[in-house]
Design a protein around this ligand. Structure first.
Ligand code: NAP
Length: 448
């Protein structure tokens, strides 16, 4: 009987682990799946993207853990494609390679002043408060009383909420100690969340938006004139459940909030960033009033205003990065594919290489969206697999040994997991406190 298919999955976020699960399910366990991650920790955006105070979404990690505990699945942490292994290495050891590396970098705004100190990508800020080791030493100046968050998607809402909460409210979450200290020392009082289009075009979901109005000590305001809907937007507010829900919540915030509340959120629409101002660091944000043309595109009106903010968080979407040797569509920032089969420059599928998740379809949808997305890719991968065809002869064990790499196994990760749970206990802080520095994480993985 032919040996079961051997598959490498690159990236252990939701897309990668749902793909591993689908591989096991669709073969009744007759498969060998090795999941690689450049970090010592699995779960990708569930660990480093989902906000620390969104505990029920975070609990998806417990579901994904069961995938890693399946005997057909192994975890290889601290192994980076491009640094430790090449695409050719993987193709020499596996029948198929499935890339699920997500969308790791921020999109650019393209306005003057974007690189001033104090103009920060939301991806960096999110990584920092989620305890990502690459962001552990970032310093965000939270001494400004007024802050702008550009973008009206769910990441912007997360960032606004974390800034609007007191450090005490985050004590029970897993944010690293140094993050809690920095937030406690912060002086942010007013947060402007800026949409370049109208309320009907905002990307956030109603449940997430509503949470802003439920924060203790925080007043939320929307200018009534920003809620004037053009006929097309008014139509959307009737026909689209999410738009209807958003507009209803926003309309509830059009009266001035109690001025004695310690913090305030201003949700602004019809304002596009024109320039981030300052000499040496951010001192203001210049906005241009906008309108929509007949085709629904944003147009500047030439009317400007300046907000006196000391920090600008740019939350305008994530972007995937190209993987060495793997085709990439620079304009769409995805790997060109047909239902997960990677397409070469001639438009034909490249044998044995697949994608799932954000690098396949772009940075959209909720965590669960990746389940059906990954299952689709896996169906095609297994359909293409020929057990009697030529099979690669290399083994990953030999390869890793020849490179002298110290891999983090699933059991090593469990050591780190236990260390974080123990840290929370010792600090009397919730279920877990994240270790965020590479050296501390490595030491916890390999206690000697
Ligand atoms: P997103 O939903 O695509 O929102 C990006 C926002 O940035 C939009 O408001 C967009 O406005 C704006 N934007 C883009 N370019 C801009 C520019 N040049 N100037 C001003 N504004 C600009 O992206 P995201 O918030 O990063 O979220 C990514 C995905 O993760 C989404 O699917 C989201 O729902 C999901 N997510 C979910 C949760 C949750 O369920 N709790 C939490 C976080 C993230 P336009 O529409 O005008 O382009």
């Amino acid at each position: 009987m032919a040996a079961p298919p051997r598959v490498a999955v690159i990236g252990s976020g939701p897309a990668g682990l749902y793909a591993a699960e689908a591989l096991v399910k669709q073969t009744d366990g007759n498969v060998r799946v090795d999941v690689f991650d450049r970090l010592p920790t699995p779960y990708g955006l569930v660990r480093y993207g989902v906000a620390p105070d969104h505990k029920s979404i975070k609990s998806i990690a417990r579901y994904l853990q069961r995938v890693l505990e399946n005997p057909a699945v192994r975890f290889f942490g601290c192994v980076e494609l491009g640094r430790d292994l090449t695409r050719a290495d993987l193709l020499g050891c596996y029948d198929a390679v499935l890339y699920s590396t997500g969308a790791m970098v921020d999109r650019r705004l393209g306005v003057p002043g974007e690189d001033l100190p104090g103009s920060v990508a939301a991806t960096d800020f999110v990584n920092w408060y989620c305890g990502h080791p690459d962001a552990a030493d970032h310093v965000f100046d939270l001494t400004a009383e007024e802050v702008a968050v550009i973008g009206v998607g769910n990441v912007a809402v997360d960032v606004v909420r974390i800034l609007a909460k007191s450090a005490d409210e985050l004590r029970e979450t897993d944010v690293p100690e140094h993050v809690l200290d920095a937030l406690a020392a912060g002086r942010v009082r007013r947060i402007h969340m800026i949409g370049r289009r109208g309320p009907a075009q905002a990307k956030f979901t109603t449940k997430e938006l509503r949470e802003l109005g439920e924060l203790p000590g925080v007043g939320v305001h929307v200018r009534p004139e920003d809620m004037d809907l053009d006929p097309a937007s008014a139509g959307l507010a009737e026909s689209d459940r999410q738009v209807r829900g958003n507009v209803k919540v926003l309309n509830g915030w059009t009266t001035e909030p109690d001025a004695t509340l310690p913090r305030r959120i201003d949700v602004r629409f019809w304002r596009a960033p024109a320039e981030i101002l300052g000499t040496g660091r951010v001192e203001g944000l210049r906005l241009e009033r906008t309108t929509l043309d007949e085709s629904g595109r944003v147009r500047g009106t030439g009317e400007h205003e300046t907000l006196p903010v000391g920090l600008v968080l740019r939350s305008v979407g994530y972007q995937s990065v190209a993987l060495d040797g793997v085709p990439f569509d620079d304009r769409a920032s995805v790997v060109p594919n047909a239902a997960g089969r990677i397409l070469g420059p001639d438009g034909a599928p490249i044998p044995r290489e697949y994608v799932a998740g954000w690098i396949k379809r772009g940075p959209t949808g909720v965590v669960g969206t990746n389940k059906s997305d990954a299952a689709e890719t896996v169906r095609n991968l297994l359909e293409d697999f020929d057990p009697d065809g030529p099979r690669p002869g290399g083994t990953i064990e030999d390869l890793l040994e020849s490179r002298g790499l110290r891999v983090v196994t699933y059991n090593d990760w469990l050591n780190l997991d236990a260390a974080e749970i123990e840290l929370a206990r010792s600090l009397s802080r919730g279920e877990r406190v994240k270790l965020a520095r590479w050296d501390a994480m490595r030491a916890a993985c390999h206690p000697e």
